[in-house]
Design a protein around this ligand. Sequence first.
Ligand SMILES: [Zn+2]
Length: 221
Amino acid sequence: MVLLCMGPLLVNGQNKYGLTPTNYIQYQSTVKVNPNKELIDLEKFIPGLVLDIRYATTNNFTGEKIYNLSKAYARKPVAEALKKIQAELKKQGLGIKIFDAYRPYKATVKFYEVYHDTTYVASPYRGSRHNRGCALDLTAIKLSTGEELQMPTEFDSFKKEAWPTSPVSDPVIKKNRALLINVMEKYGFKVNSSEWWHFDFIGWKQYEVLDIDFEELEVRH
Ligand SMILES: [Zn+2]
């Protein structure tokens, strides 16, 4: 991972933001107690899912490649819900494109240090729901062409138009946004109040903030 050099500053087991993210060894013991805590590789679990992991490219708001691998992981119940959503969208000729899923905690620290406004980036004092493996950034695509449905803004736009409550004049865009939010909420997610593409899994509080790199998950899985 690009960010390894920053290394969290550990004081009495806490980093400089007062958090103690869970490492791989600790994560493994939580999975033994509660198998729902397993991080599932979404691409393997949901065939046909399209990944466009922006933080594995320079095409994101930091302009830097944050992840070394283009991977999408989420906790087991999140993955299961997403599988049902994909099946439901498929009946309408639609699919899902994932922009980001589980995010190692050190990436959240990096985002905060680049962009301090916590309206759009998570606070490292609390961690992101992405760090818990319980948030998904996604949109809907047409299965026939792979084309994204038109939405009010691009992914990761910091404009007010990205708020799911912002008025939309174009009826097609309005319908697309409603379709996405409705299907996600039907299966246990809640849309973020400032990002139409970000969905939190209800029950995220039961899952720890993790700081495990994709490389580690790939090797040890
Ligand atoms: Zn997000």
